[in-house]
Write a protein that binds this ligand. Structure first.
Ligand SMILES: [Zn+2]
Length: 378
């Protein structure tokens, strides 16, 4: 990670660079940061900079053997400790290094929840257990391979349990020579006071709006206006911005896919239906299920519009314009069957149904149902 890849945070960057220029790198630093502000990314850029023999005034060279290894998060003098879900066979984070490298490379701004999600353990609580302290000592007792310093990054340090924190405290009191601890903490109150008092505090603020906007424009190709809309909701959290972006993209995709299906199914335009089915078959099960949920939402909103009036419909823009046009096709004679079809399709996707058959079937059913008119009795 280069400093130039960090979003915003100019002040902290300068402060970290200065410690290297002055040859006064504190041996234990606590990066206190809000989620999504880039503390892990900063610690990686800092560690890489310290280890890079070809560094300039402001950044690592990015090309030397040390930087190349840092890029893969696989430098022999760079060590990590992070929360894991403990089990009989899994007690230290070293065992999950390949997964960790993959997740961090993919998103160095990831949240703890996303890490658990990556481990497919979103409902479990992980921590940094006492076994980790022996592992830290073991790693730090290894001779330095290539760099001047051994660097230990502890991510979400407040997840250390008391026993682990007490052992770490002993290590911090008598630090091994040429060792740097970079600890990242999101909730200072959950960390032992004695640990906080033995570290140099580096406060990392939320990302400035302008920097966040520019990152969305440069990295995600958004227009400045679209980027600004996301920035207003993301509150300085790059990770939250990414999530909002993918929700937006999904919502736009779902609306367009629903419109296409209804138009093609109403008159059963075979060519259009088959093109739609072909597209839907390739998007993967999660997005297929997500689309069906969205279709249920459209039906619900259409019913609300028809039977309760517009005051209960909380939609806007393109979606509202579409639902106003679509709602007259939803009525007492067909809405229950439509809902049943969507629910059934969703269950069949979970059971691994063949997507082309399933979506062709759905289009046929909707052709039939959309053409059912409300009868006078209803
Ligand atoms: Zn370098």
């Amino acid at each position: 990670m280069l400093f130039s890849e960090i979003i915003g945070q100019e002040e902290v960057k300068q402060r970290l660079l200065q410690t290297v220029k002055d040859s006064r790198i504190p041996h234990a630093q606590l990066f206190l940061a809000a989620e999504g502000s880039g503390a892990l990314a900063l610690s990686l850029a800092y560690a890489q900079y310290i280890s890079c023999p070809g560094r300039s005034e402001s950044d690592s060279c990015g090309k030397c053997p040390s930087c190349v290894k840092y890029n893969k998060l696989a430098h022999p003098d760079l060590h990590f400790v992070f929360p894991i879900i403990h089990s009989k066979d899994l007690k230290v984070s070293t065992h999950l290094l390949p997964e960790w490298r993959e997740a961090v490379t993919d998103n160095p701004y990831m949240s703890l929840f996303q890490w658990y999600e990556f481990l497919e353990a979103e409902n479990k609580q992980g921590n940094i257990g006492v076994e980790e302290s022996a592992e830290i000592l073991r790693k730090l007792s290894l001779t330095t391979y290539e760099a001047e310093y051994k660097i230990m990054i502890i991510w979400i340090a407040e997840k250390m349990n008391i026993a682990a924190a007490n052992k770490l405290l002993k290590i911090l009191e008598e630090p091994p020579d040429k060792t740097l601890f970079l600890m990242i903490c999101e909730n200072e109150d959950q960390l032992l006071r004695t640990i906080v008092s033995r570290t140099q505090l580096v406060k990392i603020r939320k990302i400035e709006d302008n920097a966040l906007k520019q990152a969305l424009v440069d990295r995600k190709g958004l227009s400045p206006a679209d980027a600004m809309r996301i920035v207003h909701l993301a509150d300085g959290n790059y990770n939250a911005a990414l999530q909002l972006l993918s929700e937006n993209e999904n919502a736009a995709f779902n609306l367009a896919a629903f419109q296409e299906l209804m138009r093609a199914a109403y008159r059963f335009d075979t060519q259009k239906v088959m093109a739609w089915v072909g597209n839907m078959a390739t998007i993967g099960r999660e997005r297929q299920k997500n689309f069906l949920l969205y279709a249920l939402h459209v039906l619900r909103e259409s019913l609300l519009l028809n039977y309760s009036g517009p005051q209960l419909v909380k939609l806007e823009g393109e979606e509202l314009a579409f639902i106003k046009k679509f709602a007259p096709f939803v009525n007492g004679a067909n809405c229950e069957a439509m809902i049943n079809e969507l629910n059934r399709a969703s269950i069949e996707i979970e059971r691994n149904a063949h997507p082309k058959i399933l979506f062709t079937d759905l289009a046929l059913k909707f052709n039939e149902l959309l053409n059912i008119k409300q009868t006078a009795a209803q």
